[in-house]
Design a protein around this ligand. Structure first.
Ligand code: NAG
Ligand code: NAG
Ligand code: NAG
Ligand code: NAG
Ligand code: NAG
Ligand code: NAG
Ligand code: CU
Length: 561
């Protein structure tokens, strides 16, 4: 999509739709969010931070995206939306999905260069609607001074970066600034929507002398859970209620968003501002506190999200009809620092997998046609799928899957036996497991989760919703990404493709403008992974190695540079 190509992204909601159309011109400007170094960032209509999108359940949002970057392609992904009927828009939509989401570029590690923002879908029937007075959005992010296209080749290079360590962020930012403040009125209750748009860092979040009550994770309302410390991996969202002091305290309070350095090459990381401090301002005439709240440990003391209970008490999906095991390893593949799932490091097929599904007729159930490096896994409509993620790597990973919230069945502590055999639970699964769309698997640990392959079935709706028009449970072929939400790892091949109900055809078609984008770039858009339209099992000419990157001096030291 070099040059002035257009992408049309449509989020389609079923209810009482009001329609909003946004025209977004995406280009470069210079910004200095952490106050340490100005650098080019990707702006929308010349503005950065990018806008927060707000909508009500039932709205239709149309975004006309024009790429004026000139030197980079781009793309747009709506994190967490189920995209019913618009799978080609990334899989998402369908919905009546209130909650806290975000949008970001899904193009080659690009979102940390600035192209990401919050997407809030308001819900008139939020079960907690009467319990707060005001909403606030708090976006946590790590920040790099160098641009991602410069950092990627150095990260992947086994000569420039023999340890395989990820570049360490240069700072942490709050709402895209070094610090941020919220004006607080005594006696009021605030709902904070907290979104981690980090590329790499996980955050701990603590407010001084103010408890948080968790009410939503990743668009799923929870039974209210009080805590003073939460841990947020990249991609995750939390909504919490914070009740202000009943009477004017005559002072202000600090909060801290602290990056967890456990995965950083440096640890401790002298000179790296790991902690960003923000403020709850009760009295603007008083100075902000000079000390941030502290917490004793990066590995304990925060609320374990596995223990949350969904508000709707959706029961554990049973019985399991399909099991998939993903054994994750880091190592050197194709002379690069990469990740592999079941010994395959992901390489993009020549033809996007969804296009192949829609094209292949009854051969769509044969994984061969998608190419071995797409890491394809096929599930049938209405399968109860149980996925075991065995993390053979010594770092933790935020596991993300598109198209579904998944139920958490089991999670080991760190440095447990990483190899969990399928169908061998060591603990009794929760009767009403928490479900979310990003869940951390611990370092050298395992994660077991379930989902029902029924997108777009109404039963997937994560929230108690307003009376819906009766949904048609039309099965559609779906292609969902399974990947680590650390962008370094995704870029390094930590990716598998889940093809859902490939024969439950195929009411949807790829929009003509997307085919045009391929045509403009002379890219194949039909046939198998190799673009072969005659013999789908003939993969001759398919991509069988990742792109070769130039190497350069690796700059991921702990010193801000
Ligand atoms: C694209 O242009 C921007 C703005 O001039 C520059 O900062 C960036 O490094 C360029 N990206 C690439 C991949 O050349
Ligand atoms: C944000 O997500 C990234 C990626 O998982 C994670 O490493 C980081 O810890 C998260 N930050 C917070 C504050 O949770
Ligand atoms: C960040 O906060 C943690 C927890 O209170 C503290 O241990 C750590 O020293 C702080 N780091 C920096 C760089 O200030
Ligand atoms: C993993 O893949 C490599 C090629 O990338 C191959 O040489 C090796 O034998 C495979 N290992 C296993 C256990 O299959
Ligand atoms: C999902 O999409 C299908 C096909 O367009 C439609 O029939 C169905 O009503 C949608 N589901 C919901 C819940 O809107
Ligand atoms: C299709 O390709 C496969 C793999 O190369 C080959 O085994 C098969 O014979 C081919 N089928 C036809 C009809 O040519
Ligand atoms: Cu990862």
């Amino acid at each position: 999509m070099l040059g002035n190509s257009y992408l049309l992204a449509i989020l389609h909601y079923v209810l009482c739709a009001s329609a909003a159309i946004y025209n977004w011109n995406v280009g470069w400007i210079t910004e200095n969010p952490d106050g340490l170094l100005p650098r080019p960032v990707i702006a929308i209509n010349g503005q950065w931070p990018p806008p927060t999108l707000s909508a009500n359940v039932g709205d239709t949002i149309t975004i006309n995206l024009k790429n004026n970057l000139g030197n980079e392609t781009t793309g747009l992904h709506f994190h967490g939306l189920f995209q019913n009927g618009t799978n080609s828009m990334d899989g998402p939509t369908q919905v009546n999905q209130p909650g806290t989401y975000w949008y970001h570029s899904h193009n080659r590690g690009q979102y940390p260069d600035g192209f990401r923002g919050a997407l809030i879908i308001h819900d008139p029937s939020n079960p907690y609607a009467g319990q707060y007075d005001q909403e606030e959005v708090l976006v946590l992010s790590d920040w790099y001074h160098k641009q991602i296209p410069d950092l990627i080749p150095k990260f992947l290079s086994t000569t420039a970066n023999p340890s395989g360590a990820e570049p360490v962020p240069d700072s942490a930012i709050l709402n895209d600034k070094a610090t941020t403040s919220f004006s607080i009125t005594p006696g009021k209750t605030y709902m904070f929507r907290i979104i981690n748009v980090s590329n790499f860092a996980s955050f701990l979040l603590k407010f001084d002398q103010h408890q948080m009550a968790i009410i939503e994770v990743d668009g799923v309302y929870t039974v209210k859970q009080s805590t003073d410390l939460i841990y947020i991996t990249a991609g995750q969202r939390y909504s919490v209620l914070i009740t202000a002091k009943a009477t004017a305290p005559g002072r202000n309070y600090a909060f801290v968003g602290a990056m967890d350095p456990n995965m950083f090459d440096c640890n401790p990381c002298p000179g790296v501002p790991l902690n960003a401090t923000g403020y709850l301002i009760y009295d603007a005439t008083k100075p902000p506190p000079t000390k941030e709240p502290t917490f004793p440990s990066y590995t304990s003391g925060f609320y374990d999200d596995f223990s949350l209970v969904p508000y709707d008490k959706q029961a554990l999906f049973e019985p399991v009809t399909k099991r998939i095991t993903f054994n994750v390893e880091s190592g050197v593949f194709f002379n690069q620092n990469r990740f592999a799932i079941n010994n395959i490091t992901y390489v993009e097929p020549k033809v996007p997998t969804l296009f192949t599904v829609l094209d292949a007729g009854n051969q769509a159930t044969n994984p061969v046609i998608y190419g071995e490096y797409a890491n394809p896994y096929i599930v049938s409509h209405n399968d109860v799928v149980e996925i075991v993620v065995n993390n053979g790597d010594s770092g933790g990973h935020p596991i993300h899957m598109h198209g579904h919230n998944f139920q958490m069945v089991e999670r080991s502590p760190p440095y447990n036996n990483p190899h969990k055999a399928p169908g061998t639970p060591t603990t009794t699964p929760p009767a009403t497991p928490i479900r979310r769309d990003v869940m951390k698997v611990q370092a050298s640990g395992y994660l077991v989760y379930r989902f029902r392959a029924d997108n777009p079935d109404k039963s997937l709706h994560p929230l108690p919703s307003p009376p819906l028009q009766k949904p048609q449970l039309t099965p559609l072929a779906r292609v969902w990404a399974f990947h680590c939400h650390i962008d370094w790892h995704l870029t390094a091949g930590f990716f598998a493709t889940i093809i859902e109900a490939p024969l439950a055809l195929q009411a949807q078609s790829v929009p003509a403008d997307q085919i045009q984008v391929c045509k403009d770039q002379k890219l194949p858009y039909q046939g198998n992974a190799a673009g072969n339209t005659q013999n789908y099992t003939d993969l001759t000419g398919a991509n069988d190695a990742p792109p070769v990157h130039n190497t350069g001096a690796y700059c991921g030291t702990c010193q801000p540079s």
